[in-house]
Design a protein. Structure first.
Lengths: 107, 118
């Protein structure tokens, strides 16, 4: 089955840039989606299809995907960005959705 | 607006079954699938399976195959997930989420906590 690997944690100072990686075999050939989950809340999609943002998501959130790594970038990090972040793809070989292990962002 | 409303928290004994509901509103229910996602305490998101609200086709994660059944009632725009033979390590929050087929999940329910304890 397809596996997505994320670093357990990322620490960033306010106003700086956070980069969260999501590794997978030839992930660049897939569409990657990113979710933000704050404690006690349901996940919210912040980036879909590698780099698109749903309405209402700040431009500070951006994504890229190439080769074996996709990256979620949070620019000008704010205290309110502190959350768990998960990447997700659709694995067409198994017809399964796959989530990454999650990254805790500490500001 | 799109809304997914889930049934309330449950406490079950090991070996029992639980059926969680997810009532959709604000869109045409049969235009999008529904995924169910599990999150054990302090753990990450685990996709359990998906159901087509159009024709009832299902696709389950290997880990839960045979123990989970997903269904829908299009007359009430409600999706259901039943988990049988519950074990203590099934204790988790279960989310339903609207799924773009083969893509991402754009709307999520608030989650249903299922606690399995003797």
């Amino acid at each position: 089955s397809y596996v997505l690997t994320q670093p357990p944690s990322v620490s960033v100072a306010p106003g700086q840039t956070a980069r969260i990686s999501c590794g997978g075999n030839n992930i660049g050939s897939k569409s990657v989606h990113w979710y933000q989950q704050k404690p006690g809340q349901a996940p919210v999609v912040v980036v879909y299809d590698d780099s698109d943002r749903p309405s209402g998501i700040p431009e500070r959130f951006s994504g890229s995907n190439s080769g074996n790594t996709a990256t979620l970038t949070i620019s000008w990090v704010e205290a309110g960005d502190e959350a768990d972040y998960y990447c997700q793809v659709w694995d067409s070989s198994s017809d399964h959705y796959v989530f990454g292990s999650g990254t805790k962002v500490t500001v | 607006q799109v809304q997914l409303v889930q049934s309330g928290a449950e406490v079950k004994k090991p070996g029992a079954s639980v059926k969680v509901s997810c009532k959709a509103s604000g869109y045409d229910f049969t235009n999008y699938g529904i995924s169910w996602v599990r999150q054990a305490p302090g753990q990450g998101l685990e996709w359990m399976g998906w159901i087509s609200t159009y024709n009832g086709d299902t696709n389950y994660a290997q880990k839960v195959q045979g123990r989970v059944t997903m269904t829908t009632d299009t007359s009430t725009s409600t999706a259901y997930m039943e988990v049988r033979s519950l074990r203590p390590d099934d204790t988790a929050v279960f989310y339903c989420a609207r799924a773009y087929s083969g893509s991402y999940h754009d709307s999520w329910g608030p989650g249903t906590l299922v606690t399995v304890s003797s």
